[in-house]
Ligand binder design. Structure first.
Ligand code: DAH
Length: 340
């Protein structure tokens, strides 16, 4: 019996030593010490033995049993520790590791330019109004005194959606919307997108931005127009800036003018930016045509006004020395990030 128990113990020891996980150890425990385990069977079979033999066998068996229990217990604890350590290894957090860098977005150069221009006008008491990019032919042309034979109405310049609806070719229809909604005094600017059927090249894009201006009140004169735009140019391009008003034609203003500013690069001597002339054209303007004021139902004997329209891309290109308008729309971060 002793040798049988020794054998059982040695086999148990080998099995326990080779076990790796808590589950494996539990399986061994059930196999050896459970109800159907070998040791239980020996103890059960003791009824047939003599009292002395029973005592001796019982003691020996219980000793082996408690030895195996100890081995199992130790091994179980060791496996538990190993499992925990493995778990810690997986879940390890290195608090000294540098954090993930988040790249911050930047404002688009056109947004920066529009905000800068808007700020100058807001400081002069203008408020901002907006109009839709999809406009009626009436607001974009007819109400702006551009008769049916005006060259801008040609299909090649305008994206028509239906016969009466188009993508606005200018921000000027916001003048019409404002006049129909608001009574004088009116003093507004309106930045926004415009669309023209142009093939993209270095200076043309089928989508571009304008800022429209409209001032209507009693007694507004050309002197107000000149004073406002001259002050604007000095605030945007620097206090040394001079302005020049050249006669021009727009259907919705009379008289009309184009405004040149003295070159902010060379100060007027002549350089690459101003193409040697010393002057740079920046906007169109004029006194609001009575036919436009009439759209708002205004008494044109009492009220007068001035308007202006400015190309945002053109100003941004001049200010930042960008020589191709298409760069604004490619959204290459290497370009956009330079304007931080
Ligand atoms: N709408 C004109 C254009 O797109 C620009 C313009 C000129 C607007 C004169 C005006 C203005 O308000 O008075 O070319």
């Amino acid at each position: 019996m002793q040798s049988r128990l020794n054998k059982i113990r040695e086999e148990a020891k080998a099995q326990i030593e080779s076990a790796r996980t808590q589950t494996e150890i539990e399986e061994i425990r059930v196999r050896l010490l459970g109800k159907k385990g070998v040791l239980t069977q020996i103890l059960r079979g003791m009824g047939q033995l003599s009292p002395e033999e029973r005592k001796e066998t019982g003691q020996m068996t219980n000793k082996v049993r408690s030895e195996i229990e100890n081995m199992l217990g130790e091994k179980f604890e060791a496996a538990k520790r190993a499992a925990k350590e493995a778990q810690f290894k997986i879940e390890k957090v290195d608090v000294t590791e540098p954090g993930k860098g988040r790249s911050l977005g930047v404002k688009h150069p056109l947004t920066i330019t529009m905000e800068e221009i808007s700020k100058v006008f807001m400081n002069m008491g203008f408020s901002i109004v907006e109009g839709p990019e999809v406009e009626t032919v009436f607001n974009n042309f007819d109400a702006l005194n551009a008769g049916p034979n005006h060259p801008a109405r040609d299909m090649t310049d305008t994206f028509y959606i239906t016969e009466d609806v188009l993508l606005r070719t200018q921000t000027s229809p916001v003048q019409v919307r404002t006049l129909m909604k608001q009574k004088p005094p009116i003093k507004v600017i309106s930045p926004g997108r415009c669309f023209r059927c142009d093939t993209p090249d270095a200076t043309h894009s089928p989508m571009f931005h304008q800022i429209e201006g409209l001032v209507v009140d009693e007694g507004i004169t050309m002197a107000d127009l000149k004073g406002t735009l001259d002050s604007f140019a000095k605030q945007l391009f620097g206090p040394e800036t001079k302005t020049k008003f050249r006669p021009h034609h727009f259907p919705f203003t009379e008289p009309s003018a184009e405004v040149d500013v003295s070159c902010f690069k060379c100060g007027g001597k002549g350089c690459r930016v101003c193409k040697g002339s010393g002057w740079i054209e920046i906007l169109g303007c004029g006194m609001v045509h009575p036919n436009v004021l009439k759209v708002g139902g205004l008494d044109t004997e009492k009220y007068t006004g001035f308007a202006f329209g400015l190309g945002v891309e053109r100003v941004a290109m001049l200010k930042y020395g960008v020589d191709d308008i298409r760069l604004f729309y490619e959204n290459d971060m290497r370009f956009i990030e330079q304007f931080k």
